[in-house]
Ligand binder design. Structure first.
Ligand code: ZN
Length: 667
């Protein structure tokens, strides 16, 4: 797809390239905030951007070198910028920014350039050594080093390998381990786990073999990534002066302390303080948090999500939280796996104010933290749903013709247009507020017993919890929705996505790799199979139907599908509670990974005709302090920055790591 900027698109559309579209989110009511809150947001937004380089280096050790070289070309190349090869170069660079590196964010595979190697050498030469001398000694060296990194598909083919038959550590290009085997890493952390079951061992370090010994190199001030971390600390300290509540100061201080020391005990202290803060309107997720990118599920990728509470919508989720115990008690799972008392499930609907690291430019629509099971059990967790992000997603989709193409009939289309957004939100709320926090592990079962299948199983569990309760009368009794049409719209959308439409994001011949995609197909396909010929008249609960030579997936009985969701929830909860690795593996492999190639091709063909980019990223607003006599009198928000402009500005203002470790860049 060519680069297009269509003026008829609504204001949240920025541009599209390759199979990616970039949208813009808005922060409502920023202008009406008082100066104190504006400054708090401003400083925390800087802390959200200061760690940007970290995620590039975590994803692959040469990502920064590659990004910096390509940006130097982008800025300085004076040849024909309208040349078809240059346009392909642009798409490659924009895609690299989108993925925070050379590997695809979802498939984990290396993104291959469409411009050719000779052209690349030409770009390097034309840019000239003067503009590249901080990275290379000569132009020849630049070409010789970068060519294989970009063009050789055998060099670092995958960011993360999830095939358990291989050594997943040695086959992953990401930068969490160096010179160690999977077995060595597993043994190393198993020994640490024996010392203390609670700590998030390995979360903030690279495990390296040096002279035959395993050493952890910690990401902290003065350690690995220290230059970027010092900057994060600097902005967090400024934000401290504008903290809204005592509790907010507490966790900000604890976070700073953790960044200073790299001590995982301090990380837990920070989480304990953070989870208690339910009063602050402005809140921040910032640090080495999610472990999806590590095949062993230990290493945290750096991310930041700064957000502001949306008070009206938050009332809805607080209603769910207040009733958390009712949901736990009535869940269709074995009594032994239920929590006797569900504590402190807090939930808020928020608007994102700044995205950084792993969460930029692709961002989740809901988050539940902290991840440590024992903290969740004893102190609860905080859930947020990102309202301005999901609204932008939804509106973009509604106008694209996508629904009309893949929904079976006009009734489904109408239901989705009327109740789809509400249904999505309710799903996210239930998933985040109640789903992840529900259930418990049996005594003695380790939180990482499911290893590489832990993420899809946990996501499936939270999704099923949401799908199950959406159709419950309780939703109407609580006044959360006025009709179960909301649930029907969600069931249709979910099954359609899990069985068909999410395949638009998978290349032909490939299987599913990403945890959320695996779990969605797992659920849909399991229900499809278990519901086959299960109705009284021999019909199936869900079935494929053909119309005008096209395939559709249709739900014949919503009540029975509801039951199936309950049955699968019971099984998935059992797997998690008992730590049944074999069963987790069987479920994910049987239902969650393999793709029907014919259907896949059909979906891709139909999708291509719609000309919609399947992947979405978001750009941030610009916060601009207004100074008078050396004092900030106001902070303005602007939405006029473009995608490449924003990326290049971030690279100028927030690049604190050297292109390669141990090298000194000369500026
Ligand atoms: Zn989740």
């Amino acid at each position: 797809m060519p680069n297009t900027t269509n003026p008829s698109q609504p204001s949240f559309f920025v541009e599209s390239f390759g199979d990616i579209k970039i949208l813009r989110y808005k922060v409502s009511h920023f202008d009406e905030m008082d100066l104190n809150r504006k400054l708090l947001i401003y400083y925390l937004s800087r802390a959200s951007l200061a760690g940007r380089d970290i995620i590039y280096d975590q994803n692959y050790k040469y990502n920064l070198l590659i990004r910096k070289t390509l940006e130097a070309i982008y800025e300085n190349y004076s040849g024909d910028r309208e040349h078809p090869q240059f346009k392909k170069f642009l798409v490659y660079l924009k895609t690299l920014w989108y993925n925070n590196g050379i590997h695809h964010h979802f498939s984990k595979e290396k993104n291959m350039p469409e411009f050719n190697q000779d052209y690349f050498a030409h770009l390097i030469r034309e840019t000239g050594i003067y503009k590249l001398q901080h990275l290379f000694n000569s132009l020849e060296e630049a070409v010789a080093r970068l060519k294989p990194l970009l063009f050789d598909e055998n060099v670092a083919p995958k960011a993360m390998e999830q095939d358990a038959a291989k050594d997943m550590i040695q086959h992953s290009a990401n930068n969490f381990y160096e010179g160690v085997t999977q077995k060595e890493s597993e043994d190393y952390y198993a020994r640490l786990k024996e010392k203390d079951k609670r700590l998030s061992w390995g979360l903030n370090s690279r495990l390296v073999k040096e002279n035959g010994t395993l050493v952890e190199k910690t990401w902290k001030e003065g350690g690995l990534y220290g230059e970027a971390i010092s900057e994060i600390i600097r902005w967090l300290e400024k934000a401290l002066d504008y903290a809204e509540t005592q509790q907010q100061s507490q966790w900000l201080k604890a976070l700073i302390e953790y960044y200073r020391t790299g001590d995982l005990q301090k990380f837990d202290e920070y989480n304990l303080q953070w989870v208690k803060d339910t009063q602050s309107i402005v809140d921040l997720i910032n640090g080495f948090i999610e472990t999806y990118e590590d095949p062993l599920g230990l290493k945290g990728t750096w991310e930041s999500i700064l957000h502001v509470q949306d008070p009206e919508a938050t009332e809805r989720t607080q209603l769910l939280s207040r009733n958390a115990q009712w949901f736990e008690d009535h869940a269709p799972i074995d009594q032994r796996f239920k929590k006797a008392s569900v504590k402190g499930v807090s939930a808020s609907v928020v608007e994102v104010a700044m995205l950084g690291g792993e969460s930029y430019p692709t961002t989740p629509i809901g988050v539940n933290l902290p991840n440590a099971d024992w903290i969740r059990k004893e102190h609860g967790s905080k859930s947020i749903t990102l309202n301005n992000i999901s609204r932008a997603h939804h509106e973009a989709m509604m106008e694209s013709g996508f629904l009309e193409e893949f929904a079976f009939n006009s009734e489904e289309v109408a239901r989705s247009k009327k109740y789809g957004f509400e249904g999505n939100n309710l799903h996210t709320d239930l998933h985040e507020c109640l789903g992840h926090g529900s259930g418990q592990l049996l005594e003695g079962v380790s939180g990482d017993a499911l290893k590489n299948y832990a993420s899809p199983i946990e996501e499936a569990r939270a999704d099923l919890f949401a799908l199950y309760y959406m159709m419950d009368r309780k939703m109407i009794d609580l006044g959360i929705t006025s009709t179960l049409e909301t649930a029907r719209a969600q069931y249709e959308g979910y099954i359609r996505n899990g069985m068909m439409t999410q395949l638009t994001r998978v290349k032909p011949g490939k299987n599913l790799e990403q945890a959320h995609m695996r779990n969605r197909q797992l659920i849909a396909r399991w229900c499809f199979e278990k519901g086959a010929e299960r109705l009284d008249d021999g019909e199936s609960v869900i079935e494929y139907k053909q119309k005008d030579g096209r395939t559709f997936i249709v739900i014949n009985d919503y009540e029975r599908l509801w039951e199936l969701f309950g049955e699968l929830l019971a099984e998935i909860q059992r797997i998690k509670s008992e730590g049944d690795y074999q069963a987790a593996r069987d479920l994910v492999v049987t239902y969650g990974t393999r793709v029907d190639p014919d259907l896949h091709q059909e979906v891709l063909d139909r999708f291509r005709k719609l000309n919609i980019a399947p992947f979405t990223g978001f750009i941030n607003p610009v916060y601009e302090p207004v100074e008078e006599d050396g004092e900030i009198k106001d902070v303005r928000i602007r939405y006029d920055e473009g995608y490449a402009g924003q990326m290049m500005r971030y690279s100028r203002e927030f690049s604190f790591l050297a292109a390669e470790e141990g090298s000194e860049e000369i500026d």
